[in-house]
Structure formats: C-alpha cells, structure tokens
Design a protein. Structure first.
Length: 332
C-alpha cells in the first residue's frame, strides 16, 4: 500500500495535494497510517518545486482551520526530522492559538523546542515575536502560566528584548507575554521582578512615545511591583511611572495604571511617599483621580473581595515630615 500511496501522491499537483491533506484531516474516520504517510510525503518528498519549509508552513495554516488535534502529533514527531526554527515557530503559533490544545502542547515537550528555536534564531525578530505570541496564547490556562514562569521561557523573552530593543513589534509581543506571565504566582512575579524589571523600565523610557508599549509596560509593573522592592529600584520605577504619566496625560488607562502602581509602592513605605510629595506628583495624581474617577473601579474591586460597599480605600497616604504635615487622601 505504501508504494501505491506514494505513486498516487506523486501524480497530484501541489494544490490537489493540499486538498487531499485537508480531506484527511477533516474526516471523522481518519486513517492514521494514511495521514502519517501523506503528511510525511508532503513535508519531505514534495511536489511542485516547493521546499519542505514552504509545504510545512502551508499545511499547518490550512490544517489549523480544521483544528484536528492529529496535526499536533504530526508536528511533535515529524517536524524534528528537518525543520527551520522560524517555520516551526510559525506552525506552533497557529496551534497555540487553537483553543483546547494548550495542555497537549506542553505535554509533548514542545516548550523545550520553543526555547531552543528562539535561542537559535535569537537575532531574527520574526522568530522572537512568534515565540512571544505562543507564550502569550498558552498563558490563558492558569496552570500552564504558573509552569511557564518557572522555565527558561522568561530568560528567552528577556533576551529577545535585549537583542531587539528598537523593534516595536518584538517589544509589543514580548510585553504582552510578560503581562500574562506576571499574573502568575507570587514566586513567579518575584522572578520577573529580578530578571526583567530593569529592562522593562529602560524600554518604557526609550519607547516612551508609543502609548501601547507604555501601557503594557505599566501593566507588568503593576503586577510585579510591591513595597518590598529594593529602594534603588523603587526610585527608578517611580521616576519611570511619573514620566510615563506626564508624557501621556490624556491616556486614561496609563493614568490609572500609574496611580495603582504608586498605591502598591507606598504601602507602608515612607520613602516612596516622600518621593511623590517632594516632586509635587501627588497634586497631579489627585487631579487625575478627579478627572478620571476611579471610584467605580475601587468599589468594584471591594465588592469582588466581599467587602462592604462603604469600605474606604486609602489610595494615597502621604507623610511629609519636613513640614510636620500629615495628609491622608481617601477615595470612597
């Protein structure tokens, strides 16, 4: 049968070969052996002058519309025979965006090959963006998110930022992945603070005119910042956030993110309070609060935590010792 199948496949034009592949993927009573042989032929023997990478990219894009999990098996086994990292990442990106395959992707050991591919193609921006998008897609599953933040995935994302700091697409994709990873466990957030915080601050400054990058950067900072950060880091973080809020004074979400970051930084921290007051930033923050009205957000957060509606949220609690003035701002 194998010889007959190869002979049959060799008679097909490239479009018909693609159609035949799709037909096999879409059948409920799929013949596993037939599918394996056809896929192998399509990738590594070929037709119509297309390279293995071309064929692999095409079949993956087509087959993703069928959403047959059998494709995942084929990717996990056949692709390692002869693959280009960027094509592998292109295919895995499509699979990762297919709802329901996240756990299978991790169980097949494809995260390891994701890291290897990003490392091999570290200077190729497209590969770094693809890797970040894959990670972002997989993070929708909490247990996977908590797992990924403990792996070399974090290191590879940081390296992608270091190698492509001026590429806005790479920075956006990596920041999106880091936003998702920063919603992980406390241990995971601490790791991100150690490995990525300084670089994130630098990129928020250097890419400061791009409001999307700034907003994503502040979202990461909001998740990983806390009152127990090193004082030098807090100082740099505070400067960065204030500059971002000043530069994008009309962007509501940036103002809100910045305000909440200061809430976290100033919890039980007199130095952070002094920093805000000495630069007159508390006036700007309070004006922003009046203009954008965070009351609904605060009340909603209180409700979700099961607290009474009239709970007072202390947003800014500022102690100016040199003026012997004790000022408390409370949002109802």
């Amino acid at each position: 049968m194998e010889a007959d199948l190869s002979e049959f496949l060799s008679t097909l034009s490239f479009p018909k070969l693609v159609d035949f592949m799709l037909e096999q993927f879409s059948r409920e009573d799929v013949d596993e052996d037939l599918l394996d042989e056809t896929f192998d032929y399509f990738l590594f023997i070929g037709a119509g002058g297309h390279t293995p990478d071309d064929r692999y990219s095409i079949v993956t894009k087509y087959a993703s519309t069928v959403k047959n999990p059998k494709l995942l098996e084929l990717v996990a086994t056949s692709v390692y025979k002869n693959y280009n990292p960027e094509i592998f990442l292109e295919a895995l990106n499509i699979l990762a965006a297919t709802a329901g395959l996240e756990e299978q992707i991790c169980s097949k050991g494809l995260i390891k090959h994701l890291v290897i591919s990003m490392s091999k193609d570290s200077k190729i921006s497209r590969s770094q963006s693809l890797g970040a998008r894959i990670i972002c897609s997989l993070c929708v599953v909490p247990i996977i998110r908590n797992f990924l933040v403990t792996t070399q995935v974090v290191t590879r994302l940081v390296e992608a930022l270091k190698n492509h700091p001026k590429d806005e697409i790479v920075v956006l994709d990596v920041f999106k992945a880091l936003v998702n990873l920063s919603n992980s466990s406390k241990k995971g957030r601490r790791r991100l603070a150690v490995e990525a915080l300084d670089l994130i601050l630098e990129l928020i400054e250097s890419q400061g005119t791009n409001s999307q990058i700034v907003l994503l950067g502040l979202s990461i900072l909001q998740n990983i910042s806390s009152g127990d950060l090193d004082e030098t880091v807090k100082h740099k973080l505070s400067f960065c956030v204030l500059n971002a809020m000043t530069r994008h004074i009309s962007v509501r979400d940036i103002q809100i993110k910045g305000a909440w970051i200061f809430v976290k930084l100033m919890t039980n921290n007199s130095e952070a309070k002094d920093f805000v007051v000495e630069r007159g930033a508390h006036h700007d923050i309070m004006a922003m609060l009046t203009e954008y009205s965070l009351q609904d957000q605060v009340e909603g957060k209180a409700k979700r935590k099961g607290k009474k509606r009239e709970v007072q949220i202390q947003l800014l609690y500022i102690d100016i010792t040199k003026h012997r003035l004790y000022t408390k701002y409370v949002l109802y």
